[in-house]
Design a protein around this ligand. Structure first.
Ligand SMILES: [Zn+2]
Length: 430
């Protein structure tokens, strides 16, 4: 080798204990085959658990994939030594396993970590293609390494969010996502459950240790009928139930928003008929849906202008919009539960003046509010909201689009746990 070439070489530490390199071969694909001998002098008997040191032959050669070097795959070839136990009957042998070997013995743990890091926000097929391995290998790593069982000993959430997502619209396929929302920017998934009925969610709720359940500050839910009875049964105490079960403020806002939006559609339809020969006015009506749906404080200048045109044509729609915003603004205030109740009662009175052709869009909302009142007002006691969970739902929808659906719920759950709970482990900078 020339002097020049020698300067472009450097030494790489494999970072693996108990082995010593014997030789290295490069195959026709440029991949590395590293032949090693095992330096272990002892292991633990698989029967009695004692340390054993009597070497008794070697296993067949195994090939273990390790982290790539300069994008070339790396395979470690090794024959693990076997040790014999003189204390157990029939002197069973146990083969040596280093701590860096993965569960199936065919990859190193650092290689598995590497695959999982690639898998975050990606698909199994994509990762398999890029790492020149198979989907089965990546899938097996995912199921070996990502555990969806919660260890309650390690958790003490103060706030839990329960939310549903529709997997296939119109097919009645729902998932219930239960998450720890104690720290809003560090949401953790606790469970991914198939279905949203009482019997679907009850087993998980029932698995939460009683002391952890009672020390919760809030359980934030939507108005879904099944969550209420399930929680009532689990908590088994009306005071606790009334204190901690909270209707998420975003669901309250959405309920009202939808009713008010119906009113907008009705008004816009009428205006389009009324001004069918007035091009300027028709233009002004266009593109008002999003400005109308957005909250006032988030409006851009253009959006505000378009909205103002619409409101000039329909002052009653402006009134409707203002009423929606004034309720939203009550939820933005840092006030006590009692004061919030008073302000919302005043707001209800103020909606009575809203007159429209046909029905009042606030009537049915107010009926729902009154039914869930104390649980809606609980928001003001601790300001717990599953707003962060809504963001989570978007992430989940992305995972769903990447190819996991209702049929393989276990793998779907593993993907959610990997992308959300374990992301910081495999991608510590994010
Ligand atoms: Zn033994």
């Amino acid at each position: 080798m020339s002097k020049k070439n020698r300067k472009t070489k450097f030494i790489i530490e494999l970072g693996l204990s108990h082995i010593k390199i014997k030789s290295i071969k490069i195959d026709e694909f440029g991949d590395y085959h590293i032949y090693v001998s095992c330096m272990a002098t002892k292991t633990v008997c698989h029967k009695c658990g004692k340390t054993i040191t009597n070497v008794h032959g070697h296993c067949e050669e195994t090939v273990i994939e390790h982290l790539p070097i300069l994008e070339q795959r790396v395979f470690i070839h090794v024959k693990w030594p076997r040790f014999k136990c003189s204390d157990c009957d029939n002197n069973p042998t146990t083969s040596f396993r280093p701590p860096w070997l993965s569960g199936n013995g065919q990859q190193t743990i650092p290689y598995e970590d590497y695959c999982l890091k690639w898998l975050i926000n990606s698909t199994i097929k994509d990762v398999a293609d890029k790492l020149k391995t198979t989907e089965e290998v990546i899938e097996a790593i995912l199921s070996r390494r990502v555990n969806t069982e919660i260890n309650w000993n390690l958790l003490s959430p103060t706030r839990i969010g329960i939310d549903e997502i529709a997997l296939r619209k119109g097919h009645n396929q729902y998932l219930t996502i239960i998450s720890d929302i104690s720290i809003s920017h560090q949401v953790k998934i606790l469970a991914v459950i198939k279905g949203r009925k009482h019997e679907d969610i009850f087993p998980f709720l029932n698995s939460i240790p009683r002391d952890k359940l009672l020390s919760l500050e809030s359980i934030t839910i939507d108005m879904s009928a099944s969550y209420f009875p399930a929680l009532k049964k689990i908590l088994n105490d009306d005071n606790t139930f009334n204190r901690i079960v909270t209707i998420d403020r975003f669901h309250v806002a959405k309920l009202l928003g939808d009713k008010v939006d119906k009113e907008r559609k009705k008004v816009v339809k009428q205006l389009k008929i009324e001004f069918e020969n007035n091009e300027t006015k028709l233009n002004n009506i266009k593109q008002t849906m999003w400005p109308f749906r957005h909250h006032e404080k988030n409006l851009g200048v253009d959006e505000q202008i378009r909205l103002n045109y619409l409101f000039e044509m329909s002052p009653s729609l402006k009134e409707c919009y203002d009423l929606r915003e004034s309720l939203f603004n009550i939820f933005e205030l840092k006030i006590s539960k009692e004061l919030a109740e008073k302000k919302i009662d005043e707001w209800i009175k103020s909606t009575e003046g809203y007159v429209t052709k046909g029905h009042n869009p606030f009537t049915s909302f107010i009926k729902t509010y009154k039914f869930y009142k104390s649980h809606i007002l609980n928001y003001f006691s601790h300001r717990s909201s599953s707003g962060p969970v809504e963001g989570l739902n978007n992430k989940i929808k992305v995972i769903k689009r990447r190819g996991y659906g209702f049929r393989n719920i276990m793998n779907f759950a593993r993907r959610i746990f990997l992308d959300i709970n374990l992301k910081h482990i495999f991608m510590p900078t994010f």
